[in-house]
Design a protein around this ligand. Structure first.
Ligand code: GH3
Ligand code: MG
Length: 560
């Protein structure tokens, strides 16, 4: 891979070489001018004591003039350098004997430096002008018109000028092309020919900037948004285990081809990681992005992959997460995070699925009045605090929301009940904010006082949300999610049907996730062990009918 530091270093060195040649092309004419000076003042003998300071003085003056001109004509730098050097070389040649001068070689410095600096075409042009000047001096100033001996030898010199410009120009062009190719290679993923992770992060910044600029200029909604797809192959580890890495690589290549065929011009596909791809869709709304994502999902599902019969569902599939800028995500970091979040949800619930990022609280805010919006904002802050303080509770909440969504869909809950249930899932643990972290993560058994403190969290949560009227129906679920079916739970020792239906359901889901995730004081159980545990406690801790429904849904939905 091309190292950028190496490239910068190299550019610096080439720049130094060019500067040295330029200084030579400035200083060497000074020698010519000195020769001329001594020739016209031939009474003085050539003295090294005079010459060196004089030479240095003239060099300093000329360099200063050169720097000043360059500064003044910054934009025309490309023209200034060769013009000055050619002028100096021409004047030096003229003064030191014109057609008989021994200083015609001075043009070579201009040709070499411009060949290194500019394109082959420009350096050939400069060589051509130099050749014309040298031959022109011969023709104009020689008494032996039309041809003289200098002209003959200068024809060879002109040839050398052209040859040097051509050869160096060719070499520099080749070198530039090579660097471009290397640069191109550093952007690419070797296996799939898609852009790589590093380039993805470079280009997403550029695309977001373009999106902002478009927004500022046109204020045209559709053009001023950008969507991002995150695509991950389902159960790819198992595929690799079954058929080996090489065949796995072929799958990655086939999926890449499908992605290339599914996008429009201007869309950017990158291999984000092992079996994960990212597609940047400029000027694309959420609706359009979902359409493209669905097409990709379907195409992969319909493509035959060798050995797919042994995969879950007898086919090889992908899951897709979608996020949109700027309506949801406000920064590129959020855009990536949200797409990843959506992908996590697609994976968690079903796989072979497209999921769009959404935020429950933002969803709630649409229905809230000003005062409630404030409370919702505080709840959002609380959740952020929980996340920072205790990642387990936060991740647990996220998973409980996902299980609740799955169960709500499978049980066919009506839209309103489903919404209430999911909101309850989302805020069921915010009361834990009042409980010291030491208690939450304590490895040894809790003391009586600590247990009582922990048992306050449903009431704490209710205290936080009780003033938000849109969360009114969520209150009983949160308050009762630690009640037990046999009446031995907390805080009110409710029994059986006295406990809200959704609270009974949430209790099962909450416990199931607690059992199946690692916590400081307990190692996770496998899904089948956790299902056994729920069975064992159904009728005592859990509602037996709901436990049965839940076990059926989990068994059908998750292949672990
Ligand atoms: P999930 O449905 O949750 O995505 O399950 P998964 O098995 O696909 O899990 P995950 O995406 O975490 O695993 C990625 C796997 O991709 C791990 C590794 O075996 C495989 N992988 C990563 N890079 C390469 C690669 O370059 N070639 C091959 N053949 N396999 C790769
Ligand atoms: Mg995967």
């Amino acid at each position: 891979m091309l190292d950028l530091d190496y490239e910068q270093n190299k550019n610096k060195q080439v720049e130094q070489i060019i500067q040295i040649i330029k200084i030579a092309s400035l200083s060497l004419p000074m020698v010519a001018f000195l020769v001329y000076y001594y020739r016209i003042t031939s009474s003085m003998s050539f003295s090294i004591y005079y010459s060196i300071p004089l030479f240095a003085l003239i060099l300093i003056v000329v360099t200063l003039i050169w720097v000043l001109i360059r500064l003044k004509l910054k934009a025309a730098k490309k023209v200034v350098d060769p013009v000055i050097s050619i002028t100096l070389a021409s004047v030096a040649t003229y003064l030191t004997g014109s057609y008989q001068s021994n200083f015609k070689f001075l043009f070579l410095f201009v040709i070499i430096s411009s060949s290194l600096e500019y394109s082959k075409k420009t350096s050939l042009m400069i060589a051509g002008i130099s050749a014309l000047i040298v031959l022109g001096i011969d023709l104009i100033f020689s008494p032996q018109v039309p041809v003289n001996t200098s002209f003959e030898s200068d024809l060879i010199l002109a040839g050398i000028f052209m040859l040097v410009a051509w050869m160096l120009g060719l070499y520099v062009n080749l070198e530039k092309k090579h660097i471009e190719e290397l640069k191109e290679m550093t952007k690419m993923d070797g296996l799939t020919g898609l852009f790589n992770h590093r380039y993805f992060y470079d280009i997403i910044k550029v695309k977001i900037k373009e999106c902002d600029d478009t927004g500022a200029k046109l204020a045209q909604l559709n053009k001023a948004q950008l969507s991002l797809l995150f695509i991950d192959i389902d159960f790819f580890k198992s595929y690799n285990d079954l058929y080996g890495h090489q065949q796995g690589d072929e799958v990655l290549q086939t999926v890449s081809v499908i992605l290339k065929e599914s996008v429009r011009e201007g869309d950017i596909i990158a291999r984000y990681g092992g079996d994960e791809f990212a597609i940047i869709l400029p000027e694309t709304s959420k609706k359009e992005a979902i359409k493209i994502a669905e097409e990709i999902r379907k195409k992969v599902q319909d493509t035959y992959f060798l050995g797919q019969e042994s995969m879950p569902g007898q086919s090889l599939t992908v899951s897709v997460g979608v996020s949109v800028y700027p309506h949801q995500a406000k920064t590129e970091v959020d855009l990536v995070k949200y797409a990843d979040d959506a992908l996590y949800r697609a994976k968690f619930l079903w796989r072979n699925k497209v999921e769009v990022y959404f935020s429950l609280l933002e969803d709630l805010q649409n229905d809230a009045d000003e005062k409630e919006k404030e409370t919702l904002a505080s709840i959002k802050t609380l959740i952020a605090v929980i996340n920072a303080r205790d990642n387990y509770t936060y991740r647990h909440t996220e998973r409980v929301v996902l299980y609740c969504t799955l169960v709500a869909d499978k049980l066919g809950l009506d839209e309103t009940t489903r919404r209430i249930f999911i909101h309850a899932a989302y805020i069921h643990d915010i009361g834990k904010i009042n409980i010291p972290k030491e208690v939450l993560i304590k490895v040894s058994p809790l003391t009586q006082d600590e247990r009582l403190l922990l048992q306050e969290h449903p009431q704490n949560a209710v205290d936080i949300i009780k003033h938000v009227s849109i969360l009114e129906e969520v209150v009983p679920i949160i308050l009762q999610h630690h009640e037990r079916y046999d009446g031995t739970g907390y805080p009110n020792q409710l029994k059986g049907a006295e406990i809200d239906y959704l609270a009974r359901l949430l209790a099962i889901i909450d416990s199931f996730d607690a059992m199946t995730s690692n916590r400081p004081y307990q190692k996770r159980l496998s899904f089948s062990k956790a299902i056994e545990e729920i069975k064992r406690n159904s009728g005592t801790q859990f509602d037996p009918d709901l436990a049965k429904d839940f076990i059926k849904i989990i068994t059908e939905s998750f292949v672990r």
